[in-house]
Write a new protein. Sequence first.
Lengths: 403, 470
Amino acid sequence: MSANPTTSSVREWEQAFLRKAWWLFPLGGVLASLAVGGPFWAWVEGKWMGPNWAQLAGVRAALWALAFAAIPAVWRIGLRIKRPFGWIWLAVAGTVLAAECLLATPRVQAALWLAARARLEGRQHFMREVCYVRLEEAAGRTAAGPAVVLVGSSQVLLGVDEHLLAAEQSLPVIRRAMFGMTPLRALSMRAYVPFRNQDRCVQYLSEFDFTNHDEFPFEWFRPYASWRTVPDVLRCVSGRVKLLRWRQVVDYALAATTEWWRARDFLRQIAFHFSGGERTEATEKAPPDLAAAAAKARGPLNFRAGEIAGFRQFARRLSEQGVELIVFEGGVNPAIDSEDRRQAKRETREMVAHFLAGGYGRYVPLEEQVLDLGPGDWFDMNHLGPTGREKLTRRIAQELSTP
Amino acid sequence: MVFNSLVFLVFFLVVYGLYRALPHRGQNVLLLVSSYFFYGWWDWRFLSLIFISTLVDFWAGLAIEKAEDNQRRRRIALLVSMVSNLGILGFFKYFNFFADNLVVLLQSLGVAMAPRHLNIILPVGISFYTFQTMSYTLDIYRRQMRPTRNFLDFATFVSFFPQLVAGPIERASRLLPQIQNPRIITRADMSSGTWLVAWGLFKKCVIADNLAVLVDGAFGAAAPSGAVTLVALYAFAFQIFCDFSGYSDIARGLARWMGVDLMVNFNNPYFALNPKDFWARWHISLSSWLRDYLYIPLGGSRKGRRRTYINLALTMLLGGLWHGAAWTFIAWGAFHGLLLVGYHAWVQRFSPKGTVDSGRWIWLRRIGMFHLVCVGWLFFRASSMGQAGEMWTRIFTGFAWDARAGDMLLALIVFCLPLWLVQVLQVKTGDLEAAPQLSLLPRVALYATMILMFLALGNTGGGAFIYFQF
């Protein structure tokens, strides 16, 4: 290979480059030393902090210059290897693996998710929630004892006051409820929920959670992909759906394998808003159009087998982990009541109660909740307003106090 | 089916597995069947068009040879080929454009005429394979090659799937013998093919598709600032280069895996020093086609200065029209025609011996030429002449640097940095495949960067290539 004239011209160019421009590397090291520390973390937060030029004469700058000066030295050694083909692929694999490990370290994770969160636009709710969850995971769970973990969709997110709940009973509260978190999605993100033995998981489920959802919510799956949960999720999804959406299944598997793929939407967000400059804020939310929402909510309800299977698998996994599952039956605004909805509610209740009775958890149907919710307790068709939230939170606290 | 999709990966794995197992004739049958399948994946109805083109040119080639010295018969056969090829191309690509403009013209002259707009779908890659198959007949007519008597070989030449929909536009004299003769696949072919495919995919999925977000955002905005417009224009220059040259690289790499050597289509065009140099580096297969089959037959530079300028302008104008049926493409072609005419006039006036191409101020001249090319891209990318004019005005009258423009510029640098480094290496060493010859450290750094950038930032949604629409 070294006898190839073009190869030798490339080698000659490399040698000439190292001879003439080796000083660029230590200089780069010195400049890089100015960015680490304060300026870097300011950038992470989307702010600008000018470099402290006095540091140029410091030890840190010298160490960085020394480290970068090693690059041309190693480069020169590499020039002596005549047939580097096998070494190349080994070294590439090692570098990619090292980059994967680096990205997984808590400090880099914190920088990544903080930087991504600082660069989100007002309407990117889901991505903001992902940043929250991933930052919480990067920080790790500090409290030693058991905790209450809130899981579920926006009905929980808006319907339960986590601070009030923590104050009303003795255990700390960990929020993992997010907009649109159906049972299958809860199962898919289980690896990012810090369950421990003797924790209590509160889930809030209604017919909304089991009907009309996307059968393979891939956008949700990707940032939470993990080989701890991918097999469970794929077992819950039907063969037909997996076949039809095979590209997304492949993508999901890749996301479970590497954080670079899993976090790609967020890395792109950073790349496109590098300085963290201008972002559009969320426009003030218009008051909900209750009539339109009611009309939409009265549409046909189709149960999703994947959601039912997802709920069951989630409960099984919690049971294996020694986590007590308490499922509150979710209510909806009486304004959208219909015969179809009542039927779906009955079926959901029977299915959940029957399954939990098998030793997987406790079920609290609406009758036992005795919340006495009036029309003024609702924010919209399926979310509670402030008064309804307080009622439900106190009731959950009461249930948690029951042994 | 696009190269940057999982469907294509599955398709290619199956085809390639069979290809390596088959003897030469079997490989050609497989190439033909798989190429028709590849093309039919978009719309199977358009297979008839490619088949008609193939049939007509196969017949025309044989008829021209059979006519021997009977010039009238030779011309008739050539005419049949040209009329059928250009007729199909003209109908599918240009009918609505010319019909609409005719109506506008007549209406402006006071003739009442209702617009006639047909719902025609443009068959993907029609301009590419039409030019490729036309060159076959033209070369036989000029007695530069002899026709093939094997229809299978000829059909495989016309429809060879790696370069079917976006080139390089191969000449029969180069590609046909490679189809006709048994192909030998060496380890070096596999290795260089892998680099070309990987580099092409990187250019398309990581650079072009991400820059598209910046460009589309600016060109779709109601009133972008002058700074945003300018950065978007730079971004488009690299988007279109990476999109198209990425396709060409993948095509060349796939072909090389099959033992076929396709021509180089791009040679670092943004390092060009002048308009002539640019067209010797950009879309080489089209520019050389236009030179050989249009510019030279028109008289080239043999009939005096004025005629040379007219020939240059006309060639570039038609080159612009080749890209699409819109005034913006015609303006783009006309602009490049003007640049070429201006350059030739400059050389003849100030530097008749060609000293203008000395190495002085080389980077300044490259930057200047790049900016001239960018002016052309404004016409090319704009949805109308009105938009091109608006954006041009905005750059010069509404230029205000803002955070959005800064972020766009930083993103452009982040995405393009590996490209620029590789291009500098290619230019400095004069070798387009220099990167895979680097020593251990820089090569590992490059490969790992490509892999990580692909994982983190690559668009894997199978975004269509820009040149498919042409």
